[in-house]
Design a protein around this ligand. Sequence first.
Ligand SMILES: [Zn+2]
Ligand SMILES: [Zn+2]
Length: 223
Amino acid sequence: MLLDLLLPRRCVVCRLPGATLCTACTRSLPRLAPPLCARCGAPVAWPVARCRECSGRRIAFASARAAVEYDVAVRTLVSAWKEHGLRDVASLAADLVAEVVRWPSSGPSAHLITFVPPDGDRSLRRGHHPPARLARELGRRWELPVEPLLRRARPVRAQRGLTRDERRRNVRGAFRAAPVRGRILLVDDVYTTGATVSAAATALRAAGATSVEVVTFGRAVRR
Ligand SMILES: [Zn+2]
Ligand SMILES: [Zn+2]
């Protein structure tokens, strides 16, 4: 982008001149450390199979994990990533995911990585798609192939400002997946209520996936 060439680079969080995210801000991003809910990845007081946030809910993915809590600093970083297409944020986000996300085995058990697809208008305006970039960076680190398996079956209004139930209804049936086999790792930038990734996982399983694991950069945490 032209602006990136003309302006001195600054940390998007603290505005100090230098890297897109300075060392101090990188260090202080709130990593999501165990104990976590085994299913949805919410931080919990002790390890549980299902937590208050996800118990009793129909969830189409086997597990969800994220690198950092979606706090004010992470929100600032993610919106800069989305709005300005900052190229180095994808690599930085993938580094954090690889550093923080601990799988039961030595790595994800998936055969293939895919990502939540862009919504027509919004991504055209932005001209790039953070989940696809993050998926490719993770594919390189974990040596897994990345394929765009999902597409939008219909336009969906932005999830921002909707309640959990409204979000679930808003994205129900919103995705279609290409025929697929085996275990899939589904990547998105932020996990808010899990409605979007669950709808996408439903489509992947309907298309033949054995199981779907979800990984995101940020995760909203209810206190
Ligand atoms: Zn900073
Ligand atoms: Zn849970």
